[in-house]
Design a protein around this ligand. Structure first.
Ligand SMILES: [Zn+2]
Length: 323
């Protein structure tokens, strides 16, 4: 890998790639059809990019709108993003208000041939929990950021079986928009959903001994994961860019003592410093649970990243429970 580009040059190269019709992709000339088919799909953030790449295979050229190292909460649209949207035939999003910036961008791009796939369609959702908060707590924070979660928690991709539904919705949308590669989309989706189901079985048996236990994450990303495996998800802040209030810190500290947790679950992104300090005060470890809102450029290219990161997350979670 070349040395990492600055954010700015990532944006420039993303835009250039979009303008050049995705020719910047490093695909081998001998690989079949993606560049010759030239069917362009734009995705929003990491899990949607991974799922869409898994389904697309060589049938379509997939370009993430958000650079993989930025989460949807950090994202500010640039004029260049309109170029990618303007040329795409399909846009795939997570939905559930995760991509707060998107509607305006799509309207501005005014691409009449653009089909939008909402990968949350048909997925059973959970409401955002007002956890241990005093009434009015939310008004204390500036919720103007794009990652404001709204009334429904959007982190459905962290439940592997809901992820299966998302992949199938993406498959159906791509088959409809690009029937000439229908067989490819179906075959790719079947292979990937089989892996997701296998992952779910693995996680279920690994977490079975901890049924009913509580874990504490940095932000409110884990209710679907917790529900799937019979756990309780607690968290410090609603969204990653918030700073915890003294009441938040007090609540988590009480909870750690009550549940005898051995570790807090941090995230591989900035803004966790107060969480790390809290863990230190409480004498517990910090392990990472990656909600996959961001990744390196390289990891974002490989759909297997989802499986690898989830396996690592579960291994770290078992450490937090004291194994
Ligand atoms: Zn989030």
């Amino acid at each position: 890998m070349a040395r990492p580009l600055s954010l700015r040059s990532r944006f420039v190269s993303l835009t250039l790639a979009a303008l050049l019709g995705g020719c910047a992709s490093s695909r081998q000339p001998s690989a079949p059809s993606a560049s010759t088919r030239n069917f362009k799909v734009v995705t929003t953030f990491l899990p949607i990019t991974l799922f869409t790449r898994a389904v697309a295979g060589d049938c379509a050229i997939v370009t993430p709108l958000i650079p993989p190292n930025l989460g949807p909460h950090d994202f500010q649209a640039k004029p260049g993003d309109l170029a990618a949207l303007g040329q795409a035939r399909v846009l795939v999003k997570n939905g559930l208000e995760m991509e707060g910036f998107l509607d305006k961008l799509v309207a501005t791009a005014a691409n009449s041939q653009l089909e939008v796939i909402d990968a949350s369609r048909g997925v059973a959702t959970l409401e955002t929990k007002e956890q241990g908060d005093e009434p009015g707590h939310h008004d204390d924070h500036d919720h103007a950021e794009a990652h404001d979660h709204g009334a429904v928690n959007p982190h459905i991709w962290l439940d592997p079986l809901r992820a299966v539904q998302q992949v199938e919705t993406i498959r159906d949308g791509l088959v409809k928009a690009d029937p000439s590669c229908a067989e490819g989309y179906r075959r790719n989706a079947a292979a990937y959903t089989a892996q997701l189901k296998q992952l779910n079985n693995e996680i279920a048996s690994q977490l079975k001994p901890y049924t009913g236990k509580t874990f504490i994450a940095f932000h409110d990303f884990a209710p679907y994961f917790a529900q799937r495996y019979g756990l309780n998800a607690n968290y410090l802040v609603d969204v990653p860019e918030l700073n915890p209030s003294p009441a938040d810190l007090q609540r988590v500290s009480t909870e750690v003592k009550r549940t005898q947790l051995k570790a807090l679950l941090s995230e591989p992104q900035e803004g966790n410093r107060s969480f790390n300090a809290l863990a230190k005060d409480l004498g517990v470890k910090v392990v990472v649970f990656d909600p996959m809102e961001t990744a390196t450029e390289q990891a974002s290219r490989d759909p297997a990243t989802y499986l690898q990161v989830m396996r690592r997350n579960v291994a770290d979670l078992r450490q937090a429970f004291g194994q």
